[in-house]
Write a protein that binds this ligand. Structure first.
Ligand SMILES: [Zn+2]
Length: 432
């Protein structure tokens, strides 16, 4: 079926099928395929250039792609990285590109599918910032009330849109609050399971933050709890904290402290670049030694305070005074400068921390590997106590849920739009 429209040359192929949309495609330098989508309205659509090898690697035919698992099943033991397109055909009726290859295979690609995978830098940024992981917005403590969004617990539990908005706010700002949660210890579990599943740690699944006599963990004292990251000593850190306030102390203390450590890192990078570099490069030993339910543990993870990815973007922040190991495995001459830089980071964070008190029914959710959190001290007595139930989620689970919701909500709104404007876009014939 491909034989008629095929060309062996790099000639431009055009078609006037349907008379309303012209598509064309050509081979460039034997290694690229350039697709020219039809002009929309008065402007002309930009040509899309695809590496031929990538197209061949992503053939959608049943022998190359397993559609029910959405997985590539092409035989990479015999894959030719120098594969060349021999001929192209643009099917205007089906809005498809057909390619015949030097390895004797033939492939078809829907124009929509190609457009969503454009190699254009702006399209790629849009995909990465909107779909892969929402781009973060960093904030100073003084901006907290402006950026901290609040959602109703029951709505988040029962409707997809508030659920998506909550997770989106959490991803962008690193913090979001829910209110109106019932006085039930299972709230954090319900919420975690609404997203995916609880992340278990050494300290169990749900944990209770309440002053305990003879506490084995620093968090279980009523003393002030300085700003910190939870579990910095794990390579795979639990990354979202969920803290449900059931009882709040009437004493003046017991306030939450939060600071956006990405903002603090931004300031260091700008104002004290040497400190920034040191904190981003020096490996620190974080540790936790103890026992829980009769099981002894000894956790260690070495990582800088400010962790960066290959593009220089923050991936996570590690900070904890109690959970920093006395082993510090760096060259001797790096120690003194590191202490000065770290002290500056800690002071900037402390000065910027925002203090507020959650009330019964509030659920505070925040990014554990971005924000630092703490608590002011309080007087714990039988008449004046504080009872918080916590749990963790992992970002992998949160982002995954967010993507599923975005796809679902987008396709719902598209469905609604196309039903309501059926006259302008008769399905299934393409009329974009
Ligand atoms: Zn194939």
């Amino acid at each position: 079926m491909l034989s008629q429209g095929l060309r062996r040359t790099a000639a431009l192929l055009t078609s006037r099928a349907l008379g309303r949309r012209q598509l064309s495609a050509r081979i460039v330098d034997e290694s690229y395929v350039e697709v020219q989508p039809a002009a929309r309205g008065s402007g002309s659509a930009a040509a899309l250039t695809f590496p031929a090898v990538w197209l061949r690697d992503n053939c959608r035919c049943p022998s190359c792609f397993h559609s029910s698992s959405q997985s590539r099943q092409l035989d990479w033991n015999h894959f030719d990285p120098n594969v060349r397109p021999l001929a192209l055909h643009m099917d205007n009726d089906k809005q498809q590109l057909h390619v015949r290859w030097s390895d004797e295979h033939e492939s078809s690609y829907a124009l929509d599918w190609l457009q969503h995978r454009s190699f254009d830098g702006r399209s790629q940024s849009k995909y990465l910032d909107e779909f892969y992981r929402p781009r973060t917005k960093h904030w100073a403590g003084a901006e907290f009330e402006r950026i901290a969004q609040r959602f109703n617990y029951d709505q988040v539990m029962s409707e997809d849109e508030p659920l998506q908005q909550w997770l989106q706010a959490l991803a962008v700002y690193g913090v979001a609050l829910l209110n109106g949660a019932p006085p039930d210890k299972a709230v954090v579990r319900h919420l975690a399971e609404r997203v995916g599943f609880i992340r278990r740690t050494t300290y169990g699944e749900e944990f209770i933050v309440q002053a305990k006599p003879g506490a084995k963990n620093y968090a279980y004292l009523s003393l002030p709890l300085p700003l910190h990251t939870d579990l910095p000593y794990y390579e795979y850190k639990p990354s979202v904290n969920i803290l449900h306030c059931l009882v709040q102390t009437q004493s003046p203390g017991g306030s939450n402290l939060l600071v956006d450590a990405f903002h603090i890192a931004d300031r260091l990078r700008r104002e004290h670049p040497d400190d920034f570099e040191r904190l981003a490069r020096t490996l620190v030993d974080w540790n936790d030694i103890g026992s829980e339910d009769g099981h002894e543990f000894h956790n260690i993870w070495r990582a800088p305070v400010i962790c960066l990815d290959a593009a220089g973007e923050y991936t996570r922040i590690n900070h904890s005074v109690p959970q920093r190991d006395s082993h510090f495995n760096v060259p001797l001459e790096q120690v003194l400068p590191w202490y000065r830089s770290y002290a500056r980071f800690v002071q900037l964070a402390r000065d910027d921390a925002y203090s507020f008190k959650t009330q019964p029914g509030d659920v505070l959710t925040f990014n554990n590997i971005r924000l630092l959190h703490g608590r002011t001290g309080y007087d714990d007595t039988e008449q004046n106590s504080r009872y918080i139930v916590g749990a963790y989620l992992d970002w992998d689970i949160v982002y995954s849920r967010l993507r599923v919701l975005k796809k679902r909500l987008t396709s719902n709104s598209t469905a609604t739009t196309s039903t309501s404007s059926s006259s302008s876009s008769p399905s299934p014939s393409p009329s974009i």
